[in-house]
Design a protein around this ligand. Structure first.
Ligand code: ACO
Length: 405
């Protein structure tokens, strides 16, 4: 009675018993005050604020501040934070040379994680996880430089020159200009695209202890610095079961459009569980209700795609959703659209190639990774992450000389 979960875990460890929870389906790894999810009700809140209100009324930098510092900023706090981030958007010229070493067709995700990892070599005087000032400057450097690194990874892949950041622009406008602009040519980002991308970044900004965030915390629990921890998180996000589903959704919609397949015949294959056929962008480990992020993105997709050729794919997506929501197979298993169901359509309409989709996810998720890392470092209860196992190998046996095997 009165014992904490940790006390009970320690007590059990003395008995030699361990809990097996493959995939951590019901194991809390920490206490956290950053993000609240109720998967049954479809609720998502950052620091107590409903995602719907933040997506409609806030901005990505303001949400970043909220996640990292715990409160919404005052106007002067936000102005100061914005200026600080803007001052650090440039990359060291030596870091820019890194991009030359990668193959032209390199996927931008490993380029992103490599460059973030390399930041540890450029800022060696600010890597102490327990020095608040050093953590603060690393936080600002990461928020400022990740969009620049992401844009350069894209420019490298299409063989175009890098553009210096223009710090008179907002974070999203600057990113779009560095991605799609050309030297000596004016670039005015489409206001609807700026607003939609800012909103998508807000919607991806944190999602409690998902795979990449748990990775960031686990690496950081060994007192590795913020750059090293976030670089590991980017690699975790690269996996198709985590960050890559938005690309898979788009490919699924294009396959239906470009083949003899009808929406109905595709859904029959899904329900018959034909090997390799799933309704991508549907289902979630935590949400057993409509993912609140998907609901917001669907509305934005309606607005943005109304007059574009992406509309045909949107119609297929909507028809798939309509069938699924009325079908016993999906209803019984509580399968609803997740955040990835409509995002790929929007990214495509904005002009991004599919390889960049997960990079966009990483830019959005960065403030969440930073907030969770800082919470972990400052929590006196944090211990180095070190799961146990249930051993299934051979029992003791004697070594035999190689000639006798
Ligand atoms: N299409 C068809 N059937 C599905 C789907 C789907 N998308 N998702 C789950 N099911 C079925 C399973 O076949 C299983 O059926 P059964 O009980 O008859 O065997 C049941 O629903 C439970 O599915 P699990 O795979 O056990 O659920 P889990 O929680 O392990 O997986 C996951 C969740 C990976 C998201 C899964 O729903 C899926 O593969 N979805 C498609 C991929 C996707 O959209 N991923 C993005 C997730 S969001 C994100 O990471 C940002």
């Amino acid at each position: 009675e009165g014992a904490s979960g940790l006390d009970i875990a320690k007590l059990l460890a003395t008995t030699g018993k361990v809990t097996l929870d493959t995939g951590f389906v019901n194991t809390a790894s920490c206490r956290s005050a950053v993000t609240y999810i109720d998967g049954g009700e479809g609720i998502l809140r950052y620091r107590g604020y409903p995602i719907e209100q933040l997506a409609e009324r806030s901005t990505f930098l303001e949400v970043s501040y909220l996640l990292i510092y715990g409160e919404l900023p005052t106007q002067s706090e936000l102005d100061e934070f914005t200026t600080r981030v803007q001052r650090h958007t440039m990359l060291h010229e030596d870091l820019k040379r890194f991009f030359d070493g990668f193959p032209r067709d390199a996927h931008p995700m490993p380029v992103l994680s490599s460059a973030v990892s390399a930041l540890s070599t450029f800022y060696q005087d600010a890597l102490d996880p327990f020095d608040p000032e050093q953590v603060e400057i690393s936080t600002v450097r990461l928020l400022a430089k990740l969009p620049t690194i992401a844009a350069y990874a894209y420019k490298k892949s299409i063989g175009q020159p890098f553009l210096y950041p223009d710090n008179s622009l907002s974070l999203v406008e600057n990113f779009l200009r560095m991605t799609f602009g050309l030297p000596a040519e004016p670039y005015d980002a489409d206001p609807l695209t700026v607003k939609a991308l800012d909103q998508l970044f807000i919607l991806h900004a944190d999602h409690e202890q998902n795979c990449s965030t748990s990775t960031v915390r686990l690496v950081g629990s060994s007192h590795a610095n913020l750059f090293a921890s976030v670089s590991a998180g980017i690699n975790a996000l690269f996996g198709p079961l985590h960050g890559g589903a938005n690309q898979a959704v788009l490919e699924m919609l294009e396959t239906i459009r470009d083949s003899d397949e009808t929406v109905e015949s595709f859904m029959r294959k899904v329900k018959d569980k034909e090997p390799g056929v799933r309704l991508m962008g549907f289902g979630h480990r935590v949400y057993k209700n409509y993912d609140p992020r998907a609901a917001i993105i669907k509305t934005t997709a309606d607005e943005m795609l109304a007059k574009t050729e992406g509309n045909e794919l949107l119609e297929i997506a909507k028809r798939l959703e309509e069938i699924a929501l009325g079908d016993d197979y999906f209803v019984e298993r509580k399968l609803y659209p997740n955040v990835d169901f409509y995002t790929g359509l929007l990214y495509q309409a904005m002009g991004f190639p599919t390889k960049m989709f997960t990079v966009l996810f990483a830019i959005g998720r960065l403030p969440g990774w930073i907030a969770q890392w800082r919470e972990m470092i400052n929590d006196p209860a944090t211990k180095i992450g070190r799961p146990r196992q249930v051993y299934t190998g051979a029992t003791e046996r004697d070594y035999t000389e190689i000639g006798a095997r």
